[in-house]
Write a protein that binds this ligand. Structure first.
Ligand code: IVH
Length: 673
């Protein structure tokens, strides 16, 4: 008993010491003891806890990496929606923002806080009685993924808060990967022949999505927090006090936040950071300007999307010059040939650029870009890199003009230029490039969603002649798969199970997965609602197709051409033989619940607000299966609006137009669920 008591108090003491030194090291960058001394404290705690397993608590510093890899993430509904900020790109726009703010606060002084806009992944952390209870990603703003186990592994996120603030404390901020850690991680990945991450933000986002916390622990993640939810309940009245409160409870608070008396000094701060951001060890894609007074923030409130009290100031796109090493031609899923500039790698706006699309011959001619040329590359934060011009003064000799080939670079068949189009196309449906891309599209999320069928595997399947089109996926041989590179028994069996599962995807998804030109997921829904089986679709004339709302002659022509092709008919036959769903599902067998008899049959439905018992995709699929279709916005053509929790302006519009609205419960009834 005495020994246990002794152990208990030593354990307690060690935890407090370790938390203190974690905070000094990871949060404040101000270590007080050597790594060796720290390690000794940790070793002592680990061994005491091993002797007294009953004394282990989840907030112990030994418990950062715990549990088994997850199957997936639970969904968390945010206490208050996680909105996003509107963007501005110039001092002038910031002044306009200030004018709007002051118009809403007549006669009042407005002070601003200027902060770095961290380029990471936004997260929300909830501490209950001082212990980290939950961590979630932003998701769609209302609901995100519960990534608590992953966030627990981030060393600068304390498992227990250092100071008292309240029984429930929620903070929001950004998880990111420092540049130094990112470079190191990519070097390791290169050694291990794993694909490198394009930039620190992707690396951070990818890390949080890992299902195994032990793997996340090996990723150099860090976090900054810039929002204390419900701050006034914690006795905080301004944003700069909130930042101080965040720091006081032991979290890493938004760095370099500065309080400015007016918009002009805020603009000045933004300009200073634009010039000096290169000195930071993490990426920022701009600055954030926020009204400091929380009372003013409350009165300014928010639109459906973003608060009126804050705004992002995005830095202009950065540009760099580099050399065009080559111009190659890529063949896409629908056979489109695209010229691509292969560049001497160059670092622009947070990532290394080594290729840039040149779109088509017209664009190549417009730029007059040739192999060997020095070019200016421009890239904003998330924007795809663009070749903006050729530095003609640096052109050496007289390089040859680039000409698009007359034959497909992959299959060597002649290419065609359909009249009225600028693009060249390879019309050989068996072209390996098209086959690969179309299989990737078929298997993609939102299409047949076949996990485990990635680029590397598709490459092998096509190159080795194991599949000639996606119809062959359903007759893959287990033994043949196991023999492929990076495939083992487990991944083979998983893939076969995934393929089996995909056979039941709704007909609309299959239509999308086929990769018919111009048929995106929306059009696929529309077609599946109007022609609820492959048979019906095949039987439809071009005119009948073109008459469908949102279809029109171009899509109709494309669908007809697809279905009339001998090759495509053969592929469809394979899918049919494999037992894929070739018709919109009837719900149950009772009369009146079939699509034709369903209250949703032929109805145009709009979803608004968040649904509790199903995701939007599920609702869409279910409505499509019942013969209806879901569109994005309310118009006179809308038959029904389903209002979930916190419905947006669509509900108001529906009411104005006198459109019938129902709640989620009623929707479930109509779906027969
Ligand atoms: S404040 C209502 N402050 O930028 C949203 N956001 O579009 C309040 N971000 O989703 C956000 N640094 O992920 C805020 N210092 C900062 C930020 C920041 C990065 C991100 C955040 C947000 C997005 C805004």
């Amino acid at each position: 008993m005495g020994a246990k008591k002794g152990a208990e108090s030593r354990i307690d003491e060690l935890r407090q010491l370790i938390r203190h030194h974690d905070r000094k090291y990871f949060v404040e960058n101000d270590p007080e003891i050597s790594d060796r001394t720290y390690d000794r404290l940790m070793e002592e705690l680990v061994s005491l806890e091993a002797e007294h397993p009953g004394l282990v608590t989840p907030d112990s510093p030994t418990q950062r990496v715990g549990g088994e890899p997850a199957q997936g993430f639970e969904t968390v509904t945010h206490s208050v929606p996680m909105l996003s900020l509107d963007n501005t790109y110039s001092p002038e726009e910031l002044r306009e923002f200030d004018a709007r703010v002051r118009k809403n606060l007549p006669g009042e002084d407005v002070a601003y806080v200027v902060e770095l806009k961290l380029d990471g992944v936004s997260v929300a952390l909830t501490y209950e009685d001082g212990a980290l209870a939950r961590g979630a990603t932003r998701g769609d703003g209302r609901r995100g993924d519960d990534v608590t186990a992953n966030l627990r592994t981030v060393p600068s996120i304390p498992l227990r808060l250092a100071g008292e603030l309240g029984a429930v404390v929620e903070v929001r901020g950004e998880v990111f990967m420092p540049r130094s850690g990112f470079d190191e991680l990519n070097r390791t990945r290169k050694r291990e022949e794993a694909p490198p991450f394009a930039n620190p933000r992707n690396a951070a986002a990818g890390s949080l999505k890992l299902l195994d916390p032990a793997e996340v622990a090996a990723r150099p993640l860090d976090a900054f927090f810039y929002q204390l939810v419900d701050a006034s309940s914690h006795g905080v009245e301004t944003h700069h006090e909130a930042i101080a409160a965040i720091a006081a409870i032991g979290l890493r608070a938004s760095p370099e936040a500065s309080l400015c008396d007016d918009i002009e000094s805020a603009i000045e701060r933004c300009g200073e950071w634009q010039d000096s951001r290169g000195g930071l060890d993490f990426d920022i894609d701009g600055m954030v300007v926020k009204v400091d007074s929380l009372d003013q923030q409350r009165r300014l409130a928010a639109t459906a999307k973003s608060p009126r009290w804050g705004i992002a100031f995005k830095f202009p796109a950065q540009s760099e010059t580099t050399v065009v090493l080559d111009i190659v031609v890529q063949v896409g899923r629908t056979g489109k040939l695209t010229p691509v500039a292969i560049l001497e790698p160059v670092f622009v706006s947070g990532s290394t650029v080594s290729r840039a699309t040149l779109h088509n011959q017209d664009e190549v001619d417009r730029l007059d870009v040739r192999v060997g040329d020095t070019v200016t590359i421009e890239k904003g934060g998330e924007v795809i890199p663009k070749v903006v011009n050729v530095v003609k003064s640096k052109r050496k000799g007289r390089p040859r003009r680039f000409r698009m080939p007359s034959k497909c670079p992959v299959c060597d068949e002649p290419v065609a230029k359909p009249s009225g189009e600028v693009d060249l196309r390879c019309e050989n449906v068996s072209c390996a490039a098209q086959v690969k891309r179309s299989i990737e599209h078929f298997a993609a999320r939102g299409a047949m969603d076949i996990e485990g069928l990635g680029t590397a595997l598709v490459e092998q399947l096509v190159e080795r002649g194991i599949v000639e089109d996606f119809g062959d996926l359903y007759s893959l041989d287990r033994d043949e798969l196991i023999d492929l590179e990076r495939m083992g028994e487990k991944s083979t069996d998983n893939l076969l199970a995934e393929l089996e599962k995909s056979k039941d995807r709704p007909f609309a998804r299959l239509l999308f997965a086929l990769g018919v030109r111009h048929v995106g997921s929306r059009v696929a829904d529309v077609l599946a609602a109007e022609f609820p089986s492959m048979e019906k679709l095949r039987g439809a004339s071009e005119e009948a197709l073109a008459e469908v709302d949102e279809v029109g002659p171009v899509i109709a022509g494309s669908v007809r051409a697809f279905l009339s092709s001998k090759h495509n008919r053969a592929v469809l036959a394979k899918l049919e033989r494999a037992g894929l769903t070739m018709r919109s599902k009837r719900r149950g067998s009772r009369a009146g619940s079939s699509p034709a008899g369903s209250r949703l049959a032929g109805k145009t439905v709009v979803l608004t607000g968040s649904l509790e018992g199903m995701t939007r995709d599920e609702a869409r699929d279910a409505i499509a299966a019942a013969g209806g279709r879901v569109t994005g916005s309310v118009s006179a053509k809308t038959d029904l609006v389903v209002a979930g929790k916190d419905p947006g302006s669509k509900l108001a519009k529906a009411k104005k137009l006198g459109i019938e609205t129902i709640d989620e419960r009623r929707l479930r009834k109509l779906l027969g669920a």
